[in-house]
Structure formats: C-alpha cells, structure tokens
Write a protein that binds this ligand. Structure first.
Ligand SMILES: NC(=O)c1ccc[n+]([C@@H]2O[C@H](COP(=O)([O-])OP(=O)(O)OC[C@H]3O[C@@H](n4cnc5c(N)ncnc54)[C@H](OP(=O)(O)O)[C@@H]3O)[C@@H](O)[C@H]2O)c1
Length: 253
C-alpha cells in the first residue's frame, strides 16, 4: 500500500509517538488525516500545521459510542493507526487493587479491538487498506515493574494476530509494531535505552509500504526479539531484575 494519497486516522495523535505519525503521514503525502484525541483542545497545535488536510476528532477508545461516532465521521479512511495506549506502571501483586490492570486492558486491548471492529467495514469498502496496531515488546515478555501493562499488550498482540487472519479475506494488511522503550512521557519512569518516537512511526509506515506484518523498531527491540527466540527464559529472568530491590541476573548491579 502507498501512503501517498491515503486517508489516515491516528488515535492518541497528541501523544509522543502519535504526533510523529501525523508529521510523517503529512510528509508522505496523505490526502487527509483524522487526528484523534480525548480532548480536541489538545489537537490545536497539530491542526495548524496543515488545516486543509488535518481533521480533528474527539475520541476516547474506551467509549464504544465515541468509537462509533468517530467511524461515522470518517467513512473515507484507508489507513488506521491504533496508537492510543496507557501504562500505569503497576506490579500485578504490588498494586493495591486491580483497577489499574482493568484500565490498561480497557485502553490497550478493548479500545484497540473496538477500533478494529468499527473501521474494518470502512477499510473493506475502500479495497482493504491497512491497520497499524502499536503494541510493545513488553507484550512478548513481562516487565514486572509494569506487569499489568505488559499483560494488556500481550492480549493486544494475540488480538492483532486474530484480526489479521479474519481481515485477510478483505485484503486488509494488519501491521503489529513492537517497540522496546520509546522516549515519550509514557516511559519516563522506565530505564534506558530508548528509541526515538520518530523512528517508531517511520518503521511502522515503511512496513505498510513493504507489506511487513511484524515490526520491531530500534536496536533494543531487534536484539531482544532475537533473544526471545534463542533464550526466552533468560530474557524473562533479565526483565524480572528490573523490579525494585532485585539483583540483575548475571551482574553485580
Ligand atoms: N513509550 C514507550 O516506551 C512505548 C513502548 C512500546 C509501546 N508504546 C505504545 O505506544 C503508544 C503511544 O504511546 P506514547 O509512548 O506516545 O505515550 P504518550 O505520549 O503517553 O501517548 C499516549 C496517547 O494515547 C492517548 N490515550 C490514552 N488513553 C486514551 C483513550 N482512552 N482514548 C484515546 N486516547 C487515549 C493519550 O491521550 P491523553 O493525552 O488524553 O492521555 C496520548 O495521546 C501506546 O500504545 C504505548 O503503549 C510505548
């Protein structure tokens, strides 16, 4: 699929990675881009970049009515970027209750699923198009420091595989993007190294052009995804070492 001439939609467009998607989509020649945020006021600085091509949409992905309203306003979309996400940085046992785990599941799993369901028929009408789901390397291996976030991304990875199979018949490309740590506010409490948000957007959009289904942007994601194939238990133990008070496996840190 070519990005030039596409009609794109980006959720969480005001966020760290989302705003880079908007900038790059414009540079790659989209005809129109729907930029979505929970509050349209947060989109003002984006819209002024190119008011002729940028259309602000109020969207909370956890609210089905909001998702349905967005779909009815955006009937010409050919490329959906499901970027909205949240991390509340809670352990699974250490958290005082399971509210944060539910909240992360609502945004990162159910919200993304609702978006895929609402926009699949629209993409079909336009010949298939593409969906980019922003997932995480932490969906492949749990970081116990953010254990419930990791679990929500694992659910989203599985969901992405399922919708990819279901939508193949309508010729919709479904790209799953699994970055390591990205330099945005969501990861401000997470340890380095961090990949630039612009690189995540670039790699995801290139995958659409090249019809690549699974993307691991940045050196950390590339290396860890390879280690997960060769030594999954070793990676699990390494991630466990990032819990406060734990000793990193194999180091004196
Ligand atoms: N940063 C990382 O290390 C990292 C690594 C791997 C994957 N990711 C994923 O990358 C995506 C973008 O995150 P980011 O790093 O750019 O963080 P960010 O700057 O915090 O952006 C997150 C965006 O999601 C939006 N959002 C949250 N809940 C929403 C909801 N219910 N409905 C609609 N929008 C909602 C936020 O809007 P508000 O401003 O209204 O809160 C914000 O625009 C997320 O899916 C995240 O899980 C991030």
């Amino acid at each position: 699929m070519q990005i030039s001439g596409a009609v794109a939609l980006v959720t969480g467009a005001n966020g760290g990675i989302g705003s880079h998607f908007v900038e790059q989509l414009l540079n790659l020649g989209v005809n129109k881009i729907y930029v979505c945020a929970r509050s349209v006021d947060k989109l003002n600085s984006l819209v002024i970049i190119d008011p002729n091509r940028i259309v602000p949409i109020e969207l909370d992905v956890t609210n089905l009515e909001s998702v349905t309203n967005a779909a009815s306003q955006c009937q010409d979309v050919t490329l959906v970027v499901n970027n909205a996400g949240t991390s509340l940085n809670q352990g699974l046992i250490a958290a005082s209750d399971i509210d944060s785990a539910r909240a992360e599941m609502e945004v990162n799993y159910f919200g993304m699923l609702s978006m895929c369901r609402a926009f699949a028929p629209i993409l079909k009408q336009h010949g298939g198009g593409a969906i980019i789901n922003i997932l995480s390397l932490l969906g492949k291996v749990n970081l116990p420091f953010s254990g419930s976030y990791s679990a929500s991304k694992a659910a989203a990875i599985s969901m992405t595989q399922g919708i990819r199979a279901e939508l193949a018949v309508q010729n919709t490309l479904v790209v799953g993007v699994m970055p390591g740590t990205v330099d945005t506010s969501l990861a401000k409490e997470w340890p380095d190294p961090k990949v630039a948000p612009a690189e995540v957007a670039r790699a995801a959009l290139q995958a659409v052009v090249d019809s690549i289904e699974d993307v691991y942007p940045g050196e950390q994601a590339t290396q860890v995804s390879a280690q997960l194939l060769s030594d999954p238990k070793g990676v699990e133990k390494y991630m466990a070492g990032f819990l406060p008070g734990m000793v990193l496996a194999g180091t004196n840190a």
